[in-house]
Design a protein around this ligand. Structure first.
Ligand code: FNR
Length: 362
C-alpha cells in the first residue's frame, strides 16, 4: 500500500505497537472531547485562494528564535519514544534534522539528553520541561539541556497534575523493562516501571514529581537558571498569553496537550485567534493539536501562527520506519504545505495572512 497521507502512517503504526502503548499514544483525558475539539476546529475555517500569482517557486522556510528551518512544522514534545521504536528519541532527532525540522525533546525522553543532542547534530532542538518539586533535580535537567546545546526551554504549563486518561487506567499502563525515562533520576524512573492494579504507573509517578504550586512569579528563576529563551506551552486564553509576554516568554504554544489534559478544553485552532490578538506580534505564537495535513498548517499560519507542532504523527512515522519514518511524515507535511501555498497563491510563508482564511461562526 503506498503511504500517501499522515493517516496512512497511523494505520501502519497501529499494527506494530503493543496495545497499552498504543492506548497511551492515541488517547486523551476523560471523555476525550478536547481531542475531538482539535480536529473539529478545522471545519470552522475555509481557505480563500488567490489566482494568477507567480507560484513557480515556493519557499516554505521560516526562522524561529534564530533557528533556520525548512518549514513551519515542528516536532512536538512527546514522551517515551522507545515505546514506538528501539532507537527512540535518537531516531526522532535524526529524522527531524534530516527534514530540517526543529525537534522539541520531551522531559520524558527514553534516551539521555547528550545522546539526543549528538543524534540531532546540527539540527535545531529545544528542550521541554515539567516543573519538578525536586528543585535540585529540576535545575540539573536545565543545566543538562544547556550543556547539550538545546537553544530554548519549553515549559509545559497545562500539567500541574496529569489528566485522567482512562485508556491508561484500563490498561494499567507501566513502562516495560525495555525502556526507562532517562533524565528523571532513579526514583521517578523506577516508579514508572512498577505497575499497580487499576492504576497508571506513569501518571502516578508524574503526579508525585510535578510541582503544582508554581505561578507566574517562578518563571524568572527558570530564565535565570537556563539563560535561554523560555517558551510557554499550553496557553489557551488571551489573558494568559498577555501574562506570558509580560513575564518574558520568548514564544507561546497554543495547545490543549493533544486532548490529554483538561477535558472539554477549547481546541488549539479555535483558541489561536484570541491568543494572536493578545500577543499582538510581540513574540511568535505557535499552535498544536490535531494537525494532520499541510493545508491545515496553512490555515494556522493564516490565523497568525508562526509555526505548528505535530505530536502523534511523528510517533506514527517513528513506529513505522524509525528515523526515515519521522523524516517521511515531516517531509510529507511540508510538501503538502508547499502545494497548498501554490494553490492559494501564497508562494512564501510571509505572504500567508488573514486574507487567506474565512472563518465561520461557531
Ligand atoms: C504528548 N504531549 C506532551 N507534551 C509535553 O509538553 N510533554 C510531554 O512529555 C508530552 N508527551 C506526550 C506524549 C504523547 C504520547 C502525546 C500524544 C502527546 C503533548 C504534545 O506535545 C502535543 O501538545 C500534542 O501531541 C499535539 O497534538 P497531536 O499533534 O498529537 O494531535
Amino acid at each position: 500500500m503506498p503511504v500517501l497521507t499522515v493517516a496512512d502512517y497511523e494505520d501502519l503504526a497501529r499494527a506494530k505497537v503493543p496495545a497499552s502503548y498504543w492506548g497511551y499514544v492515541s488517547g486523551g483525558s476523560g471523555t476525550e472531547r478536547s481531542m475531538v475539539a482539535n480536529r473539529a476546529a478545522f471545519d470552522r475555517f475555509a481557505l480563500r485562494p488567490r489566482v494568477l500569482v507567480d507560484v513557480s517557486t515556493i519557499d516554505t522556510s521560516v526562522e524561529l528564535l534564530g533557528a533556520r528551518l525548512a518549514g513551519p512544522v515542528l516536532v512536538a514534545p512527546t514522551a517515551y519514544h522507545r515505546m514506538m521504536h528501539p532507537e527512540g528519541e535518537l531516531a526522532t532527532a535524526r529524522g527531524a534534522a534530516e527534514a530540517g525540522a526543529l525537534y522539541v525533546t520531551s522531559y520524558f525522553s527514553t534516551q539521555p539528553l547528550p545522546d539526543v543532542a549528538a543524534a540531532a547534530g546540527a539540527g535545531a532542538r529545544w528542550m521541554q520541561l515539567y516543573w519538578l518539586k525536586d528543585r535540585e533535580l529540576f535545575g540539573s535537567v536545565v543545566d543538562g539541556a544547556v550543556a547539550a546545546g538545546f537553544t530554548a526551554l519549553v515549559l509545559t504549563v497545562d500539567t500541574p497534575v496529569v489528566g485522567r486518561r482512562l485508556r491508561d487506567l484500563r490498561n494499567e499502563l507501566v513502562l516495560g523493562p525495555e525502556l526507562r525515562a532517562a533524565n528523571v533520576g532513579p526514583a521517578l524512573g523506577n516508579a514508572m516501571r512498577r505497575g499497580e492494579a487499576g492504576r497508571s504507573a506513569v501518571a502516578d509517578a508524574a503526579n508525585r514529581a510535578f510541582d503544582a504550586s508554581i505561578t507566574w512569579d517562578d518563571l524568572a528563576w527558570l530564565r535565570e537558571r537556563g539563560g535561554l529563551p523560555v517558551v510557554l506551552k499550553g496557553i489557551l486564553t488571551g489573558e494568559d498569553a498577555a501574562l506570558a509576554v509580560a513575564h518574558g516568554a520568548a514564544a507561546v504554544i497554543v495547545s490543549n496537550h493533544g486532548g490529554r489534559q483538561l477535558d472539554h478544553a477549547v481546541g488549539g485552532m479555535d483558541a489561536l485567534p484570541e491568543v494572536v490578538e493578545a500577543v499582538a506580534g510581540r513574540v511568535p505564537v505557535l499552535v498544536d493539536g490535531g494537525f494532520r495535513t499541510g493545508t491545515e498548517v496553512l490555515m494556522a499560519l493564516a490565523a497568525g501562527a508562526s509555526a505548528v507542532l505535530v505530536g502523534r504523527p511523528v510517533l506514527w512515522g517513528l513506529a513505522v520506519d524509525g528515523a526515515a519514518g519521522v523524516r517521511g511524515v515531516l517531509d510529507m507535511l511540508h510538501t503538502e504545505l508547499a502545494q497548498a501555498m501554490a494553490l492559494t497563491g501564497r508562494p512564501t510563508i510571509a505572504r500567508i495572512d488573514g486574507t487567506a482564511l474565512r472563518t465561520f461562526p461557531r
